[in-house]
Design a binder for this molecule. Structure first.
Ligand code: CO
Length: 159
């Protein structure tokens, strides 16, 4: 595994739409493994492939010791709304308040190309929404109703 460089919000690559993954091969597995190592190195909650400069539809989320690897993910169901404070590894030093669905169900492929369905509420629903937005070139700062400078005591897990 290897650490990859996390792109900053000013990088135009983060504004591009990512392409579907077609080959569930060793190259994809290396990308996912590197993303996990990179995310853990900064204690992140989630990371999308474009954040490490790869315009492929792949995201990872690690929440309560469960690792989600979502390839070609699509939101298939949402319920209700919630407003939570978010942070993004590509937007250092900031938090923002964003309205998101309270429940999100996602259809995706795993690293072997098998179809999976995952669902989440609260923080996990936010993470699904936030990471899938990255694949469309959308950052939370586009949707935030308020953006704050981070203070150490109110730091949120970044994704
Ligand atoms: Co992010």
């Amino acid at each position: 595994m290897a650490l990859r460089t996390i792109r900053n919000y000013a990088d135009p690559l983060l504004r591009k739409k990512s392409k579907p993954v077609k080959a569930f091969d060793g190259r994809l597995h290396t990308l996912l493994d590197d993303m996990l190592e990179t995310m853990r190195s900064v204690s992140g909650l989630g990371l999308a492939a474009p954040q490490v400069g790869v315009l492929k539809r792949a995201v990872i989320i690690e929440h309560e010791e469960t690792l989600f690897e979502l390839i070609n993910p699509e939101i298939v169901e949402t319920k209700d709304t919630q407003s939570r404070t978010e942070a993004c590894l590509s937007v250092p030093g900031k938090n923002g308040l964003v309205e998101r669905p309270a429940y999100v169900k996602v259809k995706a492929r795993n690293r072997h190309g098998e179809e999976i369905i995952v669902e989440g509420e609260e923080l996990l629903a936010v993470a699904f929404s936030h990471e899938l937005d990255h694949l469309e070139g959308v950052l939370y700062i586009d949707k935030a109703t308020e953006i704050f400078d981070v203070k150490a005591e109110d730091d949120e897990p970044a994704e």
